[in-house]
Design a protein around this ligand. Structure first.
Ligand SMILES: Nc1ncnc2c1ncn2[C@@H]1O[C@H](COP(=O)(O)OP(=O)(O)OP(=O)(O)O)[C@@H](O)[C@H]1O
Length: 351
């Protein structure tokens, strides 16, 4: 278990403030947050590359503040993989073993095993400039894994890969996590990757932790306006809640929420994919407490889905629907639509 206990660090123009974080054994822990929020700095503090000014860093209860990098049993894989260009794949992978006191024979045995597991056998003699992005990533992972780290730290490990390799590499990380029973801490900007891979995580903003917990909780139940916006919550409106009824400022509408307790000044948010379109055939209508008739005011393609805005009285809802709805339900600006969402989809949070 890794514990960051009230860690602080100040750079000119940027500070890490009161970081309290627990990463449990076998967690796949994601650090997410806007660019420049301090995610990589936190990874480097754990690794031992940046000294912090106050607080404690504990591994299994043991203070690691003064422990040098090579004695921490960690390995860090960078976004650009940072391979040595003049060394072959095999020598890149073997590079760290002598600094970690691993005997040559043992190192070669591990190299053999990893080359098999990660499919690197036929490229062991090649130099990094001859490798594809996916191959470079596997070499960087092998170079980290050969040290048998207790924890693998990954700084945006998938962002340099094109879509063809992305899916493959994502599955490989999942496999490493499951098969090797490893604790992994990953910085990522890709919510799809985070939701697929991580079980827990933290949202970082301006050097502080804004929310930490289960990945699904972070995405579905953000506890602040900042986290809600950051994780893609939409339909955010100033609201008050009384006994499960949400009143939106400037509207007569009453929206049911399953969230308690009462809040006098807060916000409502609904993920756009939680808003459903009620076609005439839809029998789900009766089950939907929150039902609004309105006019479609905007339809915008977002790649695999369409963003659709529906104006109902003074409320404007944003929904995300599959592209085929354009054809199946003749979704278009100016047409009428009835939308609905369940009380469980109506989230309430404060600033
Ligand atoms: N060694 C350093 N000395 C001074 N400032 C630094 C140092 N390392 C990082 N910073 C600053 O700390 C801030 C946070 O950087 P960091 O790389 O942790 O952000 P990040 O959240 O990982 O961003 P991104 O998602 O863009 O990678 C930045 O303003 C950066 O310039």
């Amino acid at each position: 278990m890794i514990r960051l206990d009230n860690i602080n660090l100040t750079f000119p123009g940027f500070a890490i403030k009161n970081i309290d974080l627990t990463i449990r054994e076998k967690d796949f822990f994601a650090l997410i947050g806007p660019t420049g929020s301090g995610k990589s700095v936190i990874l480097e503090i754990i690794m031992g590359l940046i000294p912090f000014s106050s607080g404690r860093l504990l591994f299994n209860g043991k203070d690691m503040g003064q422990t040098p990098v090579e004695k921490r049993h960690l390995a860090l894989v960078y976004q650009d993989f940072a391979l040595f260009p003049h060394l072959s794949v095999a020598h890149n992978i073997l590079y760290g073993i002598r600094y970690h006191g691993i005997k040559k024979n043992e190192g070669h045995k591990r190299l053999d095993d990893l080359a098999n597991t990660l499919g690197l056998k036929r490229i062991l003699d090649r130099k990094p400039h001859n490798l594809s992005g996916g191959e470079k990533q596997r070499v960087a992972l092998a170079r980290a894994l050969i040290l048998n780290p207790a924890v693998l730290l990954l700084d945006e490990p998938l962002s340099a890969l094109d879509p063809e390799f992305h899916g493959e590499a994502k599955n490989l990380l999942k496999q490493i996590h499951q098969d090797m029973g490893m604790t992994i801490v990953m910085v990522s900007h890709n919510f799809g990757d985070v939701m697929y891979l991580a079980n827990r995580g933290a949202v970082i903003h301006q050097g502080r932790i804004r929310q930490t917990g289960d990945i699904t909780t972070l995405f579905e139940k953000p506890d602040s306006l900042f986290t809600a916006r950051f994780v893609g919550m939409k339909n955010i409106m100033p609201a008050r809640v009384l006994q499960g009824n949400v009143r939106i400022e400037g509207s007569d509408a009453v929206i049911e929420t399953s969230m308690v307790p009462d809040i006098d000044q807060g916000y409502m948010g609904i993920r756009p994919e939680e808003i459903i379109l009620l076609s005439q055939k839809a029998d789900t209508a009766e089950n939907c407490a929150n039902r609004f008739c309105g006019t479609i005011t905007r339809v915008a393609s977002q790649g695999m889905f369409v963003e659709v805005h529906v104006q109902s009285g003074s409320l404007n809802f944003e929904a995300a629907w599959p592209r085929r709805y354009l054809r199946d339900f003749q979704i278009a600006s100016g047409r009428d639509a009835t939308i609905a969402f369940s009380p469980q989809s109506v989230h309430i949070f404060q600033d």
